[in-house]
Design a protein around this ligand. Sequence first.
Ligand code: OAD
Length: 232
Amino acid sequence: MTAPSIVILTGAGISAESGLGTFRDEGGLWAQHRIEDVATPEGFARNPQLVVDFYNARRTQAAEARPNAAHHALSRLQTEHAGPVTLVTQNVDDLHERGGSVDVIHMHGALNSALCSDCDHRWSAPLEMSVGQSCPNCDQPTARPDIVWFGEIPYQMDRIERALLDADIFVAIGTSGNVYPAAGFVQMARHVGAKTIEMNLDPGENVGLFDDIRSGKASDTVPAWVAELLAR
Ligand code: OAD
C-alpha cells in the first residue's frame, strides 16, 4: 500500500501557544484593530504609517516567539512520513520553518518578506520597515509588507489546488474557517474522497465538513495525531 498524500492547513491557533494572538478569539487582533484599516490595500493607501506600524509590531512579536510542540510535530511528519506532505499556512509568522519544516506555503504572505508594489520584487524585510522605503530592485519608494490583504489573491493557489486534488488526508489545524479560499479547502478535499480532520480549540465555522474532529490545544492534538499516523 502506498503512503497517503497529506495536505495540512494551519491557522493562527497553531501559534497561539507560542504567544502570538489569534484574530477572532476573544480579545484577538480583530477586536483591537479594524480589518479595513490595517489589512486592506485601501487602508494602506489611506494611512501607510498605521499599517507599517501594525506589521512592525507583529514582526517583532513573531521574532521573539518560539515554535511549540505542534510546529515540531509537523516537521517530524514531513521528515518521517513516506508519502507527500504539503504544508500550507495562513500564518505570516515563520514558526513552522523555525520548528524545522521546509517548503512551507505561506498563502497569506510572510512578515519577514517585503514586496515592491511597483515591480513585484521581494526581499528580506528588516525588523522595522518604514513608509516610503525604497525597493532594492527598481529604486522606487514603493516597499510594502509582503502580506496578502483582504481583496488580494492568496499566493500559490495553483500548487495548493493540485495538492488538494491528490489528497488522501486533509487536516485543518487552529483555523476558524472564516476566510476563503482557505475555508473551502476541506470541500475540495472531500470532493476527491480525502479523509478530513479538524484540530481546533473551538469548532470552526465549517466543522460539519470534517470526518474526524479532535478538540484541544494544538500542542497536544497535533503531536498525538502525528505519532498515531507514523505508527501505522
Ligand atoms: P482565527 O483567529 O480566525 O481562528 C483561530 C482558531 O484557532 C480558532 O478556531 C480557535 O479556536 C483556534 N485556537 C486558538 N487557540 C488554539 C490552540 N492553542 N490550539 C488549537 N487551536 C486553537 O485565525 P485564522 O483562522 O488563522 O488573514 O484566520 C484566518 C485569516 O484571517 C488569517 O490568516 C488572517 C485573518 O484575517 C489575513 O490577515 C489576510
